[in-house]
Design a protein around this ligand. Structure first.
Ligand SMILES: [Zn+2]
Length: 250
């Protein structure tokens, strides 16, 4: 038989457990409501660029990883890891990428730091290993911590790498700022595009073999993503609806 004291303690324990459960449920439902209420001011957004239907469909294609906007809200501090093992040109390339992105992601700032970066760059690694220790068969990689760890659609940390025989760090950094691969083909070359037919060898040399090439279309998409009217967590479905568009507009 339990004594009165133990029964009371058990009741208090159950009450605390119930209260915590209720609190967690309320917070969870509140978080869901906040997430689903993320919207945008269409007029103000359109005032920035009077975007065409094609541009908005391209934006919908590459700027909604996991069907949501994910972007940085704080300064991006780029830290090149193991700098001493890299030759100068590999570091200069990162400086150039920072210079290219800087005006596009304004008002968010991007700059290099010697330590405590929130965008870590690993260049010319031998292999890319996942957190579970498995080697991934890829030439470059971008890791953004899953939502369950960050509990926010904002990107607050990322790691990018390229393998020693590949130069795809620009592509990986574009993932790190919130872009995904395009699903559809376009009549211009993009870093995030998988399919594009070059008209000539010269064009291929200029675009594919130039690790810092970026088209005007891709630049515009990044500018749109970092518009103050586009918020992290905004759903692609909602964006298309607000813009009176749908996937049949392609
Ligand atoms: Zn990729």
């Amino acid at each position: 038989m339990f004594s009165k004291k133990w029964r009371l303690a058990f009741r208090i324990f159950c009450s605390i457990l119930f209260a915590l459960g209720a609190l967690f449920t309320i917070l969870f439902v509140a978080a869901l409501c906040i997430q689903s209420s993320i919207t945008m001011n269409v007029e103000e957004f359109q005032k920035e660029g009077n975007y065409s239907k094609e541009t908005m469909m391209l934006f919908a294609d590459v700027a909604f990883p996991y069907d949501r906007i994910r972007k940085w809200d704080e300064d991006i501090k780029v830290e090149i890891v193991y700098t001493d093992k890299l030759n100068e040109s590999l570091i200069l390339e990162i400086d150039s990428i920072i210079a290219i992105l800087s005006p596009l992601i304004h008002p968010v700032k991007i700059y290099k730091v010697p330590e405590n970066g929130n965008l870590k760059v690993y260049r010319k690694v031998d292999s890319i290993i996942e957190s579970n220790g498995k080697e991934i068969a890829t030439r470059g990689f971008c890791y953004i911590p899953p939502l369950i760890k960050t509990l926010s659609w904002d990107i607050k940390y990322a790691e990018v790498s390229d393998i020693w025989y590949c130069n795809c760090i620009f592509h990986e950094i574009l993932h790190a700022i919130g872009l995904q691969h395009s699903l559809y083909p376009y009549p211009f070359y993009m870093n995030m595009s998988g399919t594009y037919i070059f008209d000539s060898y010269e064009e291929m040399e200029e675009k594919l073999y130039n690790p810092l090439y970026i088209s005007e279309e891709e630049k515009l998409i990044i500018k749109m993503l970092y518009s103050p009217h586009i918020k992290s967590g905004l759903k692609k479905k909602k964006f298309l609806k607000l813009m009176n568009l749908n996937d049949y507009n392609r």
